[in-house]
Design a protein around this ligand. Structure first.
Ligand code: DX5
Ligand code: ZN
Length: 217
């Protein structure tokens, strides 16, 4: 099943509740929440307080993407705030296995993200412990960047790696997903699609999501 996870990074923060309602009505399954600390990535977004404030207003699955240094420190806070899944970056974790155990301990789903320049080999020992892998198709930090096409080959290889190991790990793709790239990502093997500017950045949010959904039917 293909799942859409609109990223609120490109939403109008002054009326988030209303904008989230629109993607919910248009058939979004997940909500992607981008956490940026101004250290791991050159931008600051929002923290657990925002996740907590939004939680009572949406039934969507809260997909929390941590683009922060030392994520271990904040896992508990994001779980309390209402995260259903937490993604950490392999580049930000010295003891990745421990970090993943920490997420799982709270009974939520765990995932690891790879920057465009990070090879798939870093997943070799951790893959069986993960519910999802996030392949970044832009350098993390900002919405509205151009899709890096080499990510498609990476998704294909990862899909093979997952199959060879007999796993059923989800593959999420994040960055530059729009009406052109969405079907390429799905054909390559991604089944969870993040899109920010192509949904919340559009004048008609509902229509934008429905159009994307149509492309992968
Ligand atoms: C980028 C974030 C993305 C971002 C995607 O660092 O992780 O989730 O919101 O934005 P678009 O879809 O505009 O590339
Ligand atoms: Zn993201």
């Amino acid at each position: 099943m293909t799942i859409f996870a609109p990223s609120i990074l490109s939403a109008d923060f002054s009326c988030l509740k209303e904008q989230i309602r629109q993607v919910e009505e248009a058939g979004a399954e997940w909500l992607h929440l981008d956490i940026m600390d101004g250290h791991f990535v050159p931008n600051i977004s929002f923290g657990p307080g925002m996740v907590h404030a939004l939680r009572p207003h949406s039934k969507l699955f809260f997909d929390v993407h941590l683009m922060i240094s030392d994520p271990d420190k904040y896992i508990g806070d994001f779980v309390k705030a209402g995260a259903d899944l937490i993604t950490v970056h392999v580049e930000a974790c010295i003891h990745l296995h421990r970090t993943i155990q920490e997420i799982k301990k709270h009974g939520i789903k765990s995932s690891v993200a790879l920057n465009p320049a990070t090879p798939l080999q870093t997943l070799e020992c951790i893959l069986p412990y993960l519910d999802m892998v996030l392949i970044m198709t832009v350098n993390p930090g900002f919405g509205g960047q151009k899709f890096i096409p080499e990510g498609l080959e990476k998704i294909k290889k990862l899909r093979k790696m997952i199959e060879n190991k007999g796993l059923n790990t989800d593959i999420q793709v994040d960055g530059g997903i729009n009406e052109e790239t969405v079907s390429q990502a799905v054909e390559a093997g991604a089944n969870i699609l993040v899109a920010g500017s192509a949904i919340f950045g559009q004048p008609n949010i509902k229509e934008a999501l429905q159009n994307l959904k149509q492309r992968v039917k």
